[in-house]
Design a protein around this ligand. Sequence first.
Ligand code: IMP
Ligand code: MG
Length: 181
Amino acid sequence: MENDKVRIHDKNFKIFITRDEIKARVNEMGWEVTKKYKDLKPVFVPILNGSFMFAADFVRACHFDSDMMFVKVKSYEGMSSTGNIKWELGFSGHIKGRHIIIVEDIIDSGNTLKNFIEEIKEEEPASVAIVSLLLKPDAIKHDIPMDYIGFRIPNAFVVGYGLDYDDFGRTLPDIYQLDED
Ligand code: IMP
Ligand code: MG
């Protein structure tokens, strides 16, 4: 059973999306992606750190052969997107002609994905799709393809299920939203 409220560093957070709601939606997304990719042996590319928990559940909700390739990026300091993208681990080779499914925890400004899509297209994949558990439609600044979105959420900071606030809160099984009251 989830807690209604958590405190991380100096901030209070309230329950927003429970583990059961996440599980149900991730399973739906898995079947949707399976319909399209079941014969394509795509490559899942989770963007670490944030997407590790979603990616682990999502790939198990997809019912087809696939490969996995992880990349790591950091563009966030505290609660705001810096727009300054730091790749901490590059992706290398072996994706030419393959169908790529980028797996993200959340799309906020879209800076990270815009930059990553440009990088990955240089490797000449057959196609590139984006799966993101969360999307903040009011925050997005770029026109990027959004193929599979779990939840469209308001423009408030969230933690849990892989998402952190300055490295804390990642391991919470549910998603919490900043409580400003
Ligand atoms: P973007 O580049 O602004 O779209 O942000 C991308 C990354 O910032 C996401 O993949 C997350 O890792 C992180 N991020 C964005 N919004 C939040 C949030 O509300 N909570 C925690 N991390 C976030
Ligand atoms: Mg992320």
